[in-house]
Ligand binder design. Structure first.
Ligand code: SAH
Length: 285
């Protein structure tokens, strides 16, 4: 079924009595080059188990079914389940799961549906939950590669360099878990209905790290504090986090001992700098 053709999509949705919901971030792809190019960068092989979030009517899912070993597609809108059953009927390797990706038990889903398979994610994400979904997927540390279409400005934040306005705590979080890369932009006219924003496809290749959960949480408490008030110096931001434990002078000395200017702002430091700083602070606490 040519799911990127509006003359096919409209009657299909009408037949199922479907109406678009803004709150669920529903914008369906209507250009065939887009799922094709997503597949080119997603690095999916016939051995892979692939998780898709928000399949919509299945335009990307169909491509995934031809490339991967097995697909699990989680769709929140139960009105789309019968549509997907129809559009994916010819594929025997797709499992449609009705539910909210933020609420279901991800680990359970993966072990039930994709046991023993090398795992990847490929999705045109619902934009209202982009950051929490990416956080969940990266924190699970289960996916060798995550390929997602997201809002262009979120993609720029994820791939930002230290010292730029887009650089923030989520950039550092992503860098911790993955190597991010921008692949290509997708203009609003590739969707129905047409969104206001431009989209970007990015890939996130998993990094493996030798760090304890306690040290990781400590690192993120520091980066969160460092970015919570961007105009403050790093030392001032950390003063509240370590109130009662370290004085401002001790923090200044710690920042200097790690080789940074005591007046530096948090937005100047890279993930590597934060790793250095957090292990140093741990030794003086
Ligand atoms: N992948 C399709 C549709 C993208 S639109 C395409 O490219 O054409 C985003 C899809 O995510 C919609 O189908 C929407 O219903 C679904 N969705 C929104 N919130 C969700 C959630 N929390 N869990 C799972 N799916 C969700």
């Amino acid at each position: 079924m040519e799911l990127h053709d509006l003359t096919v999509i409209r009657p299909l949705l009408e037949k199922h009595g479907f109406h678009f919901s803004k709150s669920m971030g529903q914008n369906f792809l209507i250009r065939d080059w887009v799922p094709r190019r997503i597949l080119e960068v997603a690095g999916i092989t016939c051995d892979d188990g692939v998780l898709e979030i928000g399949p919509g009517i299945g335009v990307l899912t169909q491509e995934l079914c031809s490339a991967a070993g097995k697909i699990v597609a989680v769709e929140l809108d139960h009105r789309l389940i019968p549509v997907l059953q129809e559009t994916l009927a010819v594929f025997s390797n797709a499992e449609i799961v009705s539910g909210d990706i933020m609420k279901l038990d991800l680990m359970q889903l993966l072990s039930d549906q994709l046991p023993g398979l090398p795992l990847k994610v490929c999705a045109n994400l619902p934009y209202n939950i982009t950051t929490p979904v990416l956080r969940l997927l990266m924190e699970s540390e289960r996916f060798a590669q995550i390929t997602v279409m997201i809002q262009k400005e979120v993609a720029q934040r994820i791939c930002a360099k230290p010292g730029t306005p887009e650089y923030g705590a989520f950039t550092v979080f992503t860098e911790f878990y993955a190597s991010p890369a921008i692949c290509f932009d997708v203009p609003p006219d590739c969707f129905y209905p047409r969104p206001k924003v431009t989209s970007t496809v990015i890939t996130l290749h998993r990094k493996t790290r030798d760090i304890s959960p306690e040290d990781r949480d400590f690192l993120f408490s520091i980066t969160r504090a460092a970015f919570s008030q961007r105009r403050k110096t790093l030392v001032n931001s950390l003063s509240s986090l370590f109130a009662g434990k370290l004085t401002k002078e001790e923090l200044q000395a710690a920042v200097a001992a790690c080789g940074f200017d005591p007046l530096v702002r948090g937005e100047r430091l890279s993930l590597r700098d934060y790793l250095t700083l957090s292990s140093y602070i741990k030794t003086i606490l």
